[in-house]
Design a protein around this ligand. Structure first.
Ligand code: ISE
Length: 350
């Protein structure tokens, strides 16, 4: 991360960040709860959702105004900053509206659906000369990922050679097809691979295997995805979203001088009379990454307040370039699924 939270927090900032949350489905409602009960110096003043009833269900108990039009919510006088948890297809217009209003925004992935529009957003923000967009790649705030990134950066393992990633969801709805698996799930591996390796991904290959019998016809679940990084380092990803088990996300780094693994799902290991032992695996991503989501929110809120006060950067985490890189990798991944060949990401130079 280029912007240090410590620097930003030291600036003078308004007492309270008034936040609009756009899209209050599962993730948006989680963010409203986080902002209302677990984030210091922030308050949700406005919620917006295309399902009016849902907006009231989430907004009314905390006294937030419900504003039907998301663009109106972004421009509202009682809104200093915005959390975008609306459907990905709406992000392009909404994130540009945040830039135009000069308001910091924490945008859930994807930044935008297409690489071209993400690049446009990155360029528009660069023209402002001020970073206002943070992308919700929350894994960077997870203690294990952060620790692994720091370990790699010390050089203890020598050059990183490979990452082996496992990404398993217990179940997903039927619309979750092979392309959606890339855009919604593998997108996190795209960001963490760049975060851990500290370099860009240049090509993607996808191998479809034998599908589980619980996958709908035409959906290849599981799949093996291969990223090639610019240095030649390789990233293998098993993506399997209908395991019927629990939520499992693991990464092993293999370096020139050693290896390290995160996500072993140990939690509490219990031994019982009769000689049985074991632990429990987190059921879903909100439980697994709850700490990361909350830390992300606190650091973003602190950075947004400081950025508003100083007129400078309002970001403490992955930004619009990271959003663009992830979109480019996913676009290549989707093309690799469709064409069955290796596809280069063809990213613009920064
Ligand atoms: C979901 O949308 C997420 O963002 C989770 O972090 C990811 O693990 C899951 O596979 C996605 O469906």
């Amino acid at each position: 991360m280029t912007t240090s939270g410590v620097e930003l927090r030291s600036a003078t900032s308004p007492d309270e960040l008034r936040v609009a949350v756009l899209g209050v489905g599962k993730m948006g409602a989680f963010h409203v709860d986080s902002l209302s009960r677990r984030t210091r110096g922030a308050r949700v003043t406005v919620v917006s959702d295309f399902v009016d009833e849902q907006a009231h269900r989430v907004g009314d108990p905390i006294g937030a105004r419900v504003v039907a039009d998301p663009l109106e919510a972004i421009r509202a006088d009682d809104v200093d900053a915005v959390v975008l948890a609306s459907p990905g297809a709406a992000h392009h217009e909404q994130v540009l509206a945040c830039l135009e209003a000069g308001k910091p925004v924490l945008c859930e992935k994807p930044l935008t659906v297409e690489a071209s529009t993400s690049l446009e957003v990155y360029r528009r923000e660069s023209e402002l000369g001020r970073r206002l967009i943070q992308v919700g790649f929350m894994r960077r705030f997870d203690h294990e990922y952060a620790q692994l990134q720091r370990l790699i950066a010390t050089g203890e393992f020598g050059a990183p050679l490979m990452l082996h990633c496992t990404h398993r969801n217990p179940d997903v709805p039927d619309f979750f097809d092979s392309q959606f698996m890339i855009r919604d799930s593998v997108v996190h591996e795209a960001d963490t691979a760049r975060f851990l390796l500290g370099e860009e991904i240049s090509a993607v290959t996808v191998v479809k295997g034998r599908p589980t019998s619980s996958a709908p016809a035409g959906t290849s679940d599981p799949m093996l995805v291969l990223f090639e990084a610019e240095s030649g380092a390789l990233v293998t990803i098993e993506i399997f979203v209908r395991t019927g088990v629990a939520y499992e996300v693991r990464t092993e780094l293999v370096g020139e001088r050693g290896s390290a693994t995160i996500g072993l799902d140990q939690n509490v290991v219990v031994k019982r009379p009769g000689g049985t032992w074991g632990g429990t695996i987190t059921p879903g991503f909100v439980e697994r990454f709850g700490q990361a989501y909350d830390d992300q929110m606190q650091r973003w809120a602190d950075a947004a307040r400081a950025g508003i006060a100083s007129g400078g950067d309002a970001v403490d985490g992955p930004g619009s370039w990271d959003g663009y890189a992830a979109a480019a990798i996913c676009e290549a991944g989707v093309a690799a699924v469709v064409k069955g060949v290796r596809v280069e990401t063809g990213m613009d130079p920064r």
